[in-house]
Design a protein around this ligand. Structure first.
Ligand code: NAP
Length: 285
């Protein structure tokens, strides 16, 4: 019998997850279908109960439900608890288990472009929202030489640091909170600079999260945004000799990790990336 998978969010019309997952089901000969469900905030509890009754095999969760959904699940894995949000749910014989694959998805994608070992790298993360927490958790789990966190609202960055003081996997990575001004003044010390804010995302494509005038050559500028595929920040960085990395890889990899949790099968992540790139009008890699 065909297995049902899905996405819950609001809105979901723009999502590329159905395209990516249904293509992977077809390619791998899996009898499954992935559907995007537009669920308003007040209907979340009933929607999750309905998914249980309908025996939906697994689903992704996107804005605005990533945090609230945790109340309605039977179990939440440690990493998702640390991040404070769930993006993937597995139905294990009627028990709904929540995971977060964003951070690991991001890191696997980043590791494909860096040249200097990440354990020897000074990393700056800009932003302190949900995506930042996922990225910081993955970086902590992996370890880097030094991690600095900055945000427009510095209090939110400090909250992240306080939470991570209790996260045993972070013990090997020191984390500094720096103001945007300080980060910009010392920009040449960073080997990897990661934008986790929405600055530069379509339709407000002119903004940049931090000036790149004094970046070191061969720095990796990594932007979680994938619409546009090349933000103005990445364009400016590229002109200065930076290695640039956009958010498509993260999107494809977080999807691939979810797919693996649901089916036990590793999909073709390059094919997933190309599906998304083509949909966004870019050229396949
Ligand atoms: P969020 O929780 O709402 O956090 C937004 C962050 O952006 C905060 O740090 C916020 O700073 C900052 N920000 C927003 N507007 C700003 C402005 N005008 N000036 C300075 N800072 C500003 O959002 P999120 O879920 O973390 O998502 C952030 C970005 O990551 C989005 O562009 C999203 O598309 C992208 N993302 C990509 C993927 C992927 O698969 N590639 C996955 C998840 C997210 P304050 O704290 O000061 O408000």
């Amino acid at each position: 019998m065909e297995k049902l998978f899905g996405l819950i969010g609001h809105p979901v019309g723009h999502s590329m997850s159905p395209l990516m997952h249904n293509d992977a089901f077809n390619q791998l000969g899996i009898d499954g279908h992935y559907h995007a469900f537009d669920i308003e905030e007040g209907d979340l509890k009933e929607a999750i109960a309905a998914f249980k009754v309908l025996n939906v095999s697994g689903f992704n969760v996107t804005i605005p439900h990533k945090v609230k959904v945790m109340e309605f699940l039977d179990e939440i894995d440690e990493e998702a608890k640390m991040i404070g949000a769930v993006n993937t749910v597995v139905n294990n014989n009627g028990r709904l288990i929540g995971y977060n694959t964003d951070g690991r998805g991001y890191l696997s994608s980043l590791l494909t472009v860096i040249q200097k070992p990440i354990l020897e790298s000074n990393v700056l993360v800009i932003g302190a929202g949900g995506a930042s927490r996922a990225v910081v958790t993955a970086i902590c789990d992996h370890g880097v030489k030094k991690l600095a966190l900055t945000n427009r609202t510095l209090e939110k960055a400090k909250e992240i640091k306080n939470n991570y003081n209790n996260y045993n996997k972070c013990n090997n990575t020191s984390m500094d909170i720096v103001s945007l001004k300080e980060a910009e003044a010392n920009i040449e010390v960073y080997d990897i600079i990661i934008n986790t804010t929405s600055i530069g995302m379509s339709p407000n494509v002119e903004g940049i999260p931090i000036a790149v005038d004094h970046i070191k050559r061969n720095v990796v500028l990594s932007d979680l945004i994938y619409n546009p595929l090349k933000t103005r920040w990445l364009q400016l960085g590229e002109e200065k000799g930076a290695i640039i990395h956009n958010g498509v890889g993260m999107f494809a990899m977080q999807g691939a990790l979810a797919f693996h949790k649901w089916t036990g099968i590793e999909p073709d992540t390059k094919r997933m990336m190309n599906k998304v790139i083509t949909q966004l009008g870019g050229t396949s890699c």
